[in-house]
Ligand binder design. Structure first.
Ligand code: FAD
Length: 546
């Protein structure tokens, strides 16, 4: 099998083979599909491979393949009416600009999560030598601090699962898929750069790629080194504390240590948890509004139950890995409940960035071989649930995170309840067959008052419904922990569609998840690329091509 990139000419889509097949069988299927002899097939590479588990007794792989043949014109002529054979589209990334030899100003990138990483990388690749300002520490030191909360109940408000080099997705499952429209194939650029930074090469072709925490840490360091080699400069432990604005334009930023940096091009990639920075932006007059997000709990099941429900007799098959799920239920009270950030074979993590609050999320390693599957089970809410102020969603989150801290016993344990008890509305007193993975610990009780009534009612209705799709989902011993509040940003910092600059602050580029323009690693990274292009075009005086 060839994985080396060459100039492939033909693309076959929807080529289906049984789960267990050899490279020779794949090759033979290509020959048959194109009606060519073996000698005419020069190279092939897998562009995408997904599994089809709809029929559990006959799970198959479906391929999209790029193929180099001896006589492309002949194949195209013979198969011109075949919608599954065509020319391979060009998905390579094209830079929109090149920095002038003498830069009048250096762009600032605030935040080094996926959005800031890609904004900085693309700017650096175009020669703009960005300066990156990150409030948290370098990733190795940050890792120690993050584990400090999980192991010793010691929260560092500036260095934790949300803040620091790599951003919120560093301690995660590293799922790299997204449903954003991507006509310019920026997702491909993201994956290609991740592979250059030592991500497993198969993320380029498997349908739902993921990386896992340990690999992500190394990749983030590698990407920092690349940006530095290209002339970028990093300041860690450098929180941006105020903006210098004049006549509706940004002129620079001040850091918490008193330092001032001048620039009229500032990318704001601060993530969804920078609550103090949202407040500072609001107080400075940067336009923002409340936006919908979701709240709920994490649920943990034995991974084997999910594998059996999804893969039947193939459960545990090494080619399939740990199974995931995606669930949604529209409730009788008008709310929707859905699974969020499902982590197969992973752990539930403490994800607060503020003292005396409890927030859950999920992560995994590349191998996804922990005993439990976990997922957020969350309810959609809108500004009608927290009316009155653009930042009211933050106060709403804080209220329920503080409540979770209290229900957890005031020690950073998460409040928890067994699913059987939750459905029957009685307090849990001891664990059954499922041991929760959340560290530092889970404090059992009743989650009935851990979220607003409408959310509790919706989750109670949804869990038995989900059991119809994943048999065992409502098993009595499954464990709920809470609360899941950081599902996406509670605010949107509006920007213009053409220049991607704030609608009332020239030179400020709200970007990524915190600004309300992304949700997840991949979409935040893609937004970082878009914003880098907008900065480059603004700095070279070109018009954006939107
Ligand atoms: P962030 O990653 O939040 O980065 C923002 C950065 O800005 C932070 O590093 C922060 O320290 C910095 N910052 C904030 N304010 C300032 C300031 N004033 N000055 C300087 N720096 C500042 N998504 C997925 O797609 N797949 C997953 O598997 C997944 N798992 C997750 C697991 C966990 C535990 C968590 C917490 C999140 C997970 N996510 C996952 C979500 C994903 O991490 C985010 O969607 C993504 O990181 C958003 O990227 P971003 O760059 O917009 O913001």
């Amino acid at each position: 099998m060839q994985f080396a990139p060459t100039s492939f000419m033909l693309r076959i889509t929807d080529l289906q083979l049984p789960l267990e097949h050899s490279d020779d069988e794949l090759r033979e299927a290509i020959l048959q599909r194109l009606g060519i002899p073996a000698a005419a097939l020069l190279h092939y590479t897998i562009f995408k491979r997904s599994s089809d588990a709809r029929k559990k007794t006959a799970i198959s792989f479906i391929y999209t393949l790029d193929i180099d043949v001896a006589d492309e014109a002949d194949v195209m002529r013979r198969l011109k009416n075949d919608r599954h054979v065509g020319k391979t589209p060009d998905t390579s990334y094209q830079f929109v600009a090149q920095a002038p030899a003498k830069l009048s100003t250096r762009p600032l990138v605030i935040g080094f999560g996926p959005c800031g990483i890609f904004a900085a990388l693309i700017l650096a690749q175009m020669g703009f030598r960005p300066i990156i300002l990150e409030r948290g520490k370098v990733v190795r030191e940050r890792t120690k601090d993050t584990w400090g909360l999980w192991r010793k109940r010691d929260l560092k408000p500036e260095s934790n699962v949300q803040f620091g080099e790599g951003g919120a997705g560093t301690f995660s499952d590293g799922k790299l898929y997204s449903q954003v429209k991507d006509p310019k194939h920026y997702g491909r650029k993201v994956l290609t750069e991740f592979v250059k930074a030592d991500a497993p090469p198969e993320i380029l072709y498997i349908n739902k790629p993921h990386i896992g925490t340990f690999r992500l840490v190394k990749m983030v360091e590698q990407m920092r080194a690349t940006i530095e080699e290209l002339g970028g400069e990093f300041r860690f432990e450098s929180k941006v504390e105020s903006l210098d604005l004049k006549d509706g334009k940004v002129r620079g930023v001040s850091l918490a240590n008193g330092e001032y940096l001048a620039s009229d091009q500032v990318v704001l990639a601060i993530g969804h948890s920078a609550r103090d920075t949202f407040q500072m932006l609001y107080d400075s007059g940067v336009y923002m509004e409340a936006k919908p997000f979701s709240i709920g709990f994490r649920i943990e099941h034995p991974q084997s139950i999910i594998d059996r429900a999804r893969f039947g007799p193939y459960a545990g098959h090494p080619l399939l890995g740990a199974a995931d799920y995606k669930l949604v239920h529209h409730c009788s009270n008008g709310r929707s409940v859905y699974s969020f950030c499902m982590c197969p074979g992973g752990t539930v993590v403490a994800a607060t960035s503020e003292p005396n609050r409890v927030v859950t999320n999920g992560m995994s390693q590349y191998s996804r071989n922990e005993r439990n599957a976990n997922s957020g089970i969350v309810v959609g809410i809108t500004p009608a649930d927290y009316p009155g102020h653009p930042l009211a969603g933050i106060e709403f989150q804080r209220h329920w995170e503080s409540r979770a801290f209290e229900l957890g016993g005031g020690t950073y344990d998460a409040p928890g309840q067994l699913v059987g008890d939750f459905l029957a509305n009685r307090a849990s007193t001891e664990f059954g067959s499922v041991q929760p993975s959340y560290k530092p610990g889970v404090h059992l009780g009743n989650l009935d008052t851990a979220l607003p009534d409408y959310a509790i009612a919706a989750i109670r209705e949804a869990i038995p419904f989900f059991d119809k799709q994943i048999k065992g989902f409502s098993m009595a011993d499954a464990v709920l922990t809470g609360v899941e509040t950081r599902t996406s940003s509670p605010v949107r910092i509006r920007r213009r569609d053409d220049t991607l600059q704030s609608i009332n602050t020239v030179g400020l580029y709200p970007a990524g998840e915190g600004a309300g323009y992304a949700g997840g690693i991949m979409s935040a990274a893609i937004d970082g690329i878009r914003v880098a292009e907008a900065v480059a075009l603004s700095m070279t005086g070109d018009s954006p091509k939107v």
